[in-house]
Design a protein around this ligand. Structure first.
Ligand SMILES: NC(=O)c1ccc[n+]([C@@H]2O[C@H](COP(=O)([O-])OP(=O)(O)OC[C@H]3O[C@@H](n4cnc5c(N)ncnc54)[C@H](OP(=O)(O)O)[C@@H]3O)[C@@H](O)[C@H]2O)c1
Length: 232
């Protein structure tokens, strides 16, 4: 049974990872900005007794990561998979009125948080079985692919995430931890919107297969949900 932690599990891709890994028999730590009384969690916990723990984690509060690691270690001595999934995308940004607040909050949530949380949880990952870190990035963070000015705060933060994860991969690999940045496709979620071509179930199923099959030569790379390498 793998011990798996998912950030931003309240909805969308994060929730689907929790649902699928529980269905597969894994031990799952679902982290939420705020643990609430949502009936979906009671239902999942009932179907999978003893395998789901909800933990509060606002990823923009890195001063709480050490305490969070302590809390997690009360539940398990090691972690086998960390999924840095929580993310934000401010809408309506136009050249001429991009706000510092949006740039800062995107950087804090989408780039600094995964970097700092991975750093805080590395000792637990290093004790894991075939440990992995999956960073949910975006093709919009590919500098090579950008052809126009759109969603700048998000694009800049995901490019920063890619660099953060590339750097981390050198330290993680030395500790036996495989890591990758992955584009989940354009997915029908609150963020992706109703026109997105990919169902959340299909995206998450494909990402789980890729992380299961991750090879050392893929560590530290930027992959798409179809298994192809993406240019930085
Ligand atoms: N959907 C797509 O087409 C697409 C494409 C490429 C990449 N991605 C990436 O995939 C990941 C998941 O996106 P999604 O489509 O599932 O988006 P979503 O439906 O908007 O869900 C975002 C999740 O992140 C959580 N979150 C945001 N800020 C947080 C914080 N400060 N602390 C803790 N949790 C926080 C949200 O929690 P709350 O409910 O508390 O807000 C929510 O659970 C993101 O990293 C996104 O950039 C998505």
């Amino acid at each position: 049974m793998r011990r798996i932690l998912v950030t931003g599990a309240s909805r969308g891709i994060g929730f689907e990872f929790v649902r699928r890994y529980l269905a597969r028999g894994e031990r799952v730590f679902a982290t939420l900005r705020k643990v609430d009384g949502d009936a979906r969690w009671a239902e999942l916990a009932g179907i999978h007794p003893g395998r789901l723990t909800l933990l509060a984690l606002d990823v923009t509060q890195p001063d709480q990561f050490a305490a969070f690691a302590e809390t997690l270690s009360d539940h398990c001595d090691a972690l086998d998979l960390l999924i840095n999934n929580a993310g934000i995308l401010p809408s309506g940004e136009r050249f001429g009125n991009v706000e510092a607040g949006d740039l800062e909050s995107c950087f804090r949530t989408n780039a600094a948080a995964p970097f700092l949380l991975t750093q805080a949880l590395t000792p637990m990952l290093a004790r894991g079985e075939q440990p992995r870190v999956l960073n949910i990035s975006s093709e919009l963070g590919s500098i090579a692919h950008r052809k126009g000015f759109s969603t700048p705060s998000y694009c800049i933060s995901k490019a920063a995430l890619n660099m953060a994860m590339r750097l981390l991969s050198f330290e993680l690999t030395q500790r036996g931890i495989g890591s990758v940045a992955m584009h989940p496709g354009w997915v029908k979620t609150d963020m992706g919107g109703p026109s997105a071509p990919l169902a959340v179930a299909d995206s998450v199923r494909a990402m789980i297969a890729l992380i299961d099959a991750l090879k050392p030569e893929q560590y530290g790379s930027f992959m798409s949900v179809d298994g192809q390498q993406l240019p930085w």
